[in-house]
Design a protein around this ligand. Sequence first.
Ligand SMILES: *Cc1c(COP(=O)(O)O)cnc(C)c1O
Length: 313
Amino acid sequence: MALHYGQAIFEGMKAFPRAGGMGSIFRPRRCAARFNKSAARLEMPPLPADSFIMACEELVRTDITQVPVSGGQCLYLRPFMIATEASLGLRVADEYLFGIIASPLGYSADTPGGIAVWCPEDHIRAAAGGTGDAKCAGNYAASLVGKAEAARHGCEEALWLDAAEHRWLEELSAMNFFCVSRRADGTLELASPSLNGTILDGHTRDSLLRLAARQGIRTAERPVELAEVTRPDSSVVEAFACGTGVTVIPITRIVTRHGGHQIGDGRPGSLTARLRGELIAIQEGRIPDDYGWMHDVPQELTVSGRVPFAPSL
Ligand SMILES: *Cc1c(COP(=O)(O)O)cnc(C)c1O
């Protein structure tokens, strides 16, 4: 039934190898909660957070040994749930498969070069009341047209506008959006569009907002107008996209049907680079994890208490 009616959800997480052979997973409990939120939106059954985390731990125990500890490599985890019942009727399925696949993934602590993004006008990613804030497969099928359009305009990714007015910036197809403005008093503000039901509540987005606030930078979750970023006297000096896969990637150019707009001096920004570096340092265990984000995978399977729907291992 997943093939026809699209009851299919997923998550994305990274596990980082640690000396001694084990791994540490970035924010798995928040991931489990979001997985269940996506499940609820698609009328799929919830999976207890402890079962979700145990399954991730077991896969990390098995596969983290494939990932060198020398730095720059992690294990990307992709938990998913799909409707597997064989039926043609349009209704909520009675049978599901939960699984996790993994792949080694290389990354660099250095800031990558900036990307150009295209704001589609003829298509939208999400509308109020839709599935924009669920990590469901259909959202990504519907966003591919944006990526193809972006490529035709010389851009790497689509930066989606709101469905009603095509005036407010929302996010990319699989990454959240941030901009940095220089305020009248010379201080910086880090802003990301508010979670209004059409934007995915990213783990990276949430983490960066906290890290910036701790550094004394003013942070805001508020509506961000396209014109705020593209007008000639814009106070926006940096922009970036963020998500588990890329961590943070600078956006140096925004292209609309009215033309292209350079962000700041057209080069990756320094706050962008600093936030990226700090998050990666926490993930690699090089600086203290004051927020308790890293979840060390125990050497052995530990079952404490009753775990409903425990995966058969
Ligand atoms: C997964 C995703 C993100 C990024 O979320 P992270 O938890 O930071 O990986 C942002 N937007 C969309 C639409 C996504 O699917």
